[in-house]
Design a protein around this ligand. Structure first.
Ligand code: MG
Length: 348
């Protein structure tokens, strides 16, 4: 593979930072954006916490009732998504000017492929500085930038530099830098995989360098296809591309309910319409899969997907497949639903 320079940008504690900016009176206080804590009895989770709140052990996805117990004096704020989306648009306007290929990961995170634009890491670092400066000038918000030879290393550099930082990991440093890091630094290695690796190594708190001792065949034996991927990632190799045109590979639509609801009839009726709209847009295309999105009242967002052989499928087929996924959201949680979405993926 051709040598690449990849930049990862991540806004610092995005939602909470926006709230700090909008409410200077809260500056310096722990701020938790997320579900309503209702005196510790609320349901739902923390969406974002600022660093003051994090020092109490509160993080994204912490149950809101637990966050309240950890720090009752924190400022608890509801998620003002429409506003954060506007800020995100303005941030992305700046970011997308810096590279031809920009992959938006979420409202506040993106990868840029700078390989064509920059001949050296020095040049890429300058681009990173510009991005930080321009975002701050326009939005008065800080972000962190990481630069590396691939997406994984750019992301790791970014994690190491948070908050308000900029870090470059050159290819010559890659192997050494990740050697001492915990296994879960590798994307795809979660608690379960980590445990399996440690069990195999008979070693607690195994680090990346320990797992490098496992032969490729053994990793494949243990984890199938993922094992092959881990083998490379443990050595700092990640060939995944920055997918700039990712959006064009799918057609989709979302609907936000006026009022959060759990009424299945209402939800399914809207869903039927979404499927119809998407079907008409994608009719001429071969379809290879579908995704159902569900955002609950506390903004926790989940997706379920199905994939099939690329082909021209009928609307009814897509609806039946989709609705069976949708029903799982309805039966598995008793939270109200704020938004549902449907999209189909098209072959590249
Ligand atoms: Mg962020």
């Amino acid at each position: 593979m051709k040598k690449r320079i990849i930049l990862h940008i991540d806004m610092d504690y995005f939602f909470a930072q926006i709230e700090e900016r909008e409410n200077p009176q809260f500056k310096g206080k722990p701020i938790v954006v997320g579900a309503d804590p209702r005196g510790g009895k609320g349901r739902g989770v923390v969406s974002t916490a600022n660093y003051e709140a994090r020092s109490f052990g509160i993080k994204s996805a912490t149950p809101i009732s637990r966050a309240f117990r950890l720090c009752p004096q924190a400022v608890f704020l509801p998620v003002n998504m429409d506003f954060y989306e506007k800020v995100s648009l303005s941030v992305f306007k700046i970011v997308s000017k810096k590279a031809k290929k920009v992959e938006k990961v979420s409202l506040d995170e993106a990868y840029l492929d700078l390989s064509d634009k920059c001949r050296s890491y020095k040049e890429a670092e300058k681009v990173g500085e510009e991005i930080k400066k321009e975002i701050y000038k326009k939005e008065r918000l800080t972000c962190t930038v990481g630069i590396g030879e691939n997406k994984m290393m750019a992301k790791i550099a970014c994690e190491l530099a948070k908050p308000d930082g900029l870090k470059v990991i050159k290819p010559s440093q890659t192997k050494k830098i990740i050697e001492e890091m915990p296994l879960e630094t590798i994307p795809g290695i979660g608690p379960k995989t980590k445990e399996a690796i440690q069990k195999y190594l008979k070693k607690k708190n195994a680090k990346i360098k320990d797992a490098r001792k496992i032969k490729k065949e053994k990793l494949i034996d243990l984890f199938g296809k993922r094992g092959d991927d881990f083998y490379h990632k443990l050595r700092g190799v990640d060939n995944s591309l920055v997918e700039g045109e990712r959006k064009a590979k799918s057609v989709g639509k979302e609907h936000t309910f006026q009022k959060d609801t759990r009424d299945p009839e209402k939800i399914i009726k809207v869903f039927r319409r979404l499927v119809g709209d998407v079907y008409r847009q994608a009719k001429e295309e071969k379809i290879k899969g579908l995704v159902v999105v569900c955002r609950f009242e506390d903004f926790e967002t989940h997706t379920k997907q199905a994939s099939f052989e690329p082909g021209n499928y009928k609307e009814d087929f897509l609806y039946k497949k989709g609705v069976s996924l949708l029903l799982r959201f309805l039966t598995r949680s008793n939270k109200k639903i704020r938004l549902i979405g449907f999209r189909v993926s098209l072959p590249e």
